[in-house]
Design a protein around this ligand. Structure first.
Ligand SMILES: [Zn+2]
Length: 253
């Protein structure tokens, strides 16, 4: 759950740093259109691959990212050996970003995807951190809980706060980070006297250490009015508005 959020980089200072070659770069940057296609690939560790989850995981990722403004291409990249099943360690240690990076440059064996490169382990989901993300690259634990999920087309919009539902929400949360979303793109809302948390807010809705006062879209955060907890696997409208502007590359806003 605890994830790396890239430091805020002011666009102006970034462009100032581009230097004498900046003019072309700036023009190209300024005129790039939002992506009409998002390419997502996931890999499983050997232990995670002992569960029959590839189709289920693909279906949930497709459902979470399904919007009219882009086509989603989700694929299974294969099985990756790791020295620990801990959900966060592959990214924290730098090994998974390195493997994805060397694959992207044609050196390694990983066939990197353009937008999201997700490694799913069988790490425990009851101790933090359960996953970790940097732009375009993430790792998350919980394969055994994903195996217990219903297919997304059999899910309601609001779901019980169960280990499987929370695990796939954490997967979606980390994928959100890889595409430039922050915790402040998340929100809670109330349905039938239950407080529902969206993927970028996730369990932080009930965590007193969560300090932000308002969302990126200006919604004031208040303590959850109802103790009953529910989850949704759909991003908030605030998150959607940022995904709509996603241009690929590292999101600097
Ligand atoms: Zn996070």
């Amino acid at each position: 759950m605890v994830s790396f959020d890239p430091p805020t980089v002011k666009r102006r200072s970034f462009l100032a740093g581009v230097g004498s070659l900046g003019t072309l770069g700036t023009l190209r940057y300024a005129t790039r259109e939002p992506s009409t296609e998002v390419e997502v690939r996931f890999w499983l560790t050997e232990q995670a691959s002992t569960y029959d989850i590839a189709d289920l995981l693909a279906a949930h990722l497709e459902a979470a990212l399904e919007y009219e403004f882009w086509d989603v291409d989700v694929s299974f990249g294969g099985v990756v050996p790791v020295d620990s099943e801990d959900g966060a360690r592959p990214v924290l240690s730098g090994r998974w970003p390195m493997a994805v990076g060397s694959g992207a440059t044609g050196i390694g064996s990983i066939d990197a995807a353009k937008d999201v490169n997700l490694l799913v382990t069988d790490g425990p989901m009851h101790t933090s951190p359960t996953g970790y993300a940097i732009p375009h690259v993430a790792s998350v634990g919980g394969a055994r809980h994903i195996a217990e999920l219903e297919p997304p087309d059999q899910e309601a919009d609001e779901l019980p706060y169960s280990r499987p539902n929370l695990t796939i929400q954490v997967v979606i949360h980390e994928v959100g980070h890889t595409l430039g979303l922050r915790h402040e793109h998340g929100r809670t809302y109330v349905v039938n006297k239950a407080t529902v948390s969206t993927p970028m807010m996730s369990a932080y809705a009930w965590d007193s250490s969560f300090e932000s006062e308002k969302s990126r879209c200006g919604q004031e955060y208040t303590p959850p009015p109802h103790p009953d907890r529910k989850l949704t696997h759909r991003f908030s409208l605030c998150a959607e508005s940022t995904l709509r502007e996603y241009k690929g590359g590292v999101n600097l806003r």
